[in-house]
Design a protein around this ligand. Structure first.
Ligand SMILES: Nc1ncnc2c1ncn2[C@@H]1O[C@H](COP(=O)(O)OP(=O)(O)OP(=O)(O)O)[C@@H](O)[C@H]1O
Ligand SMILES: [Mg+2]
Length: 353
């Protein structure tokens, strides 16, 4: 299960790298700048159609080249599937089993992949968008029909916003409301269900890791005392003035609280990292319970910023997963996760001995 083979061409410092990935645990070591995170970026791209380091895929193209290519073979519940990504300055092309993928989401359904990297504290620190994406990835994997509602909502929202920008008449704008309401409520309900389950799994984990009480509160993207329908009608004039739809699931927020206070303001960087990592691990636990797929967890330099007892505690949580692990480390003798099934060392973007 999971990723079996990876080939990367011209991605950042990686010119041509081919790796056989262990079904359980692969360790990649190398000095700073050797390309470790870039290998994880390539793997992540296969399952997400984007990077965890930048919104601009073309940034990943090796300097002086016109494209990067990632190819992977994934052992899924439906058998072995080949996945491919090719990115040029103009476009992204995804292929599944030798044919063009209809969407990036189609890739995601073949290869559930999650990352814990040294920037994961941003999940707590940054604005609501990053937490909405976290929820949506999780919901999509446990309730696949969510994707259809989500895509239709995005379409209806884009059309409604275009009508608002063009200052079309009230009736033309409101014509998009039924679709927006139907799909928006579906998204809202699915996210609420998901956040409740995630909290149940993450709570004991946070208790073990931080000794604190976690609360996850999903805020709908409209005032709690109103239905979406009421909020949309109430905001109609304001929307027309602003030229944009201001209420709906696209404005939702996941509020993360520890011991009754907003996590963002009350815990250290290291604690934020533990908290965000626990949320990511809890998502995988939930996915493992609800789906036949074995997810893949990428751990980029897990030892960064954590003291030894907290690192050990985090690793215990990781080891309780069924997930495939691909881990990077500066230390070639890293043994905190036991003996890897395969190990590679990178040097200046190439595999060494
Ligand atoms: N588009 C690009 N073309 C060529 N090289 C690039 C490009 N983008 C980044 N690099 C280089 O790739 C190298 C590898 O970066 P990467 O972040 O993967 O290293 P790393 O092994 O994870 O390092 P660290 O231990 O510091 O985290 C860096 O030296 C960087 O300058
Ligand atoms: Mg790195």
């Amino acid at each position: 299960m999971g990723l079996r083979r990876l080939q990367v061409t011209d991605l950042r410092c990686l010119r041509a790298v081919a790796l056989d990935i262990d079904p359980r645990y692969t360790l990649i070591s190398g000095p700073n700048g050797s390309g470790k995170t870039s290998v994880l970026e390539a793997i992540y791209f296969l399952g997400r159609g984007r990077s965890f380091r930048t919104h601009r895929p073309a940034r990943l193209i090796r300097n002086g080249c016109d494209r990067f290519i990632v190819f992977g073979e994934v052992d899924s519940a439906r058998g072995m599937v080949s996945l491919g990504i090719e990115v040029t300055a103009e476009r992204l092309r995804a292929r599944i089993a030798g044919r063009d993928a209809t969407s990036v989401a189609e890739l995601a359904s073949q290869f559930p992949v999650q990352i814990i990297d040294p920037d994961i504290h941003q999940l707590i620190e940054l604005g609501p968008g990053i937490r909405r994406r976290l929820i949506d990835w999780g919901v999509f994997h446990v309730e696949p029909p969510f994707l259809i509602a989500w895509q239709r909502y995005r379409q209806a929202l884009a059309q409604r916003n275009a009508a608002l920008r063009q200052q079309q008449g009230a009736a033309l704008i409101a014509a998009w409301d039924p679709e927006l309401l139907r799909t928006g409520e579906e998204i809202h309900d699915a996210r609420l269900r998901y956040v409740a389950r995630l909290e149940t799994i993450a709570q004991p984990m946070i208790e073990r890791l931080l000794g604190m009480k976690l609360e996850l509160r999903y805020r709908a993207g409209w005032p709690a005392e109103l239905t979406f329908d009421e909020a949309l009608r109430m905001h109609a004039t304001h929307d027309r003035e602003r030229g944009v739809t201001q209420v709906g699931p696209h404005r939702a927020e996941l509020v993360v609280r520890l011991d009754g206070a907003a996590a963002r303001d009350h815990v250290s960087r290291g604690q934020q990292k533990l908290l965000a990592s626990a949320l990511a691990i809890a998502q995988l636990k939930l996915l493992e319970a609800q789906s036949p797929e074995q997810p893949t967890l990428l751990l980029d330099d897990p030892a960064a910023e954590l003291d030894a007892p907290h690192l050990a505690a985090l690793i215990r949580e990781v080891q309780a997963l069924r997930a495939q692990l691909v881990v990077t480390t500066l230390d070639p003798d890293f043994i905190a996760l036991g003996q890897p099934g395969r190990r590679f060392s990178l040097h200046e973007g190439a595999i060494g001995s």
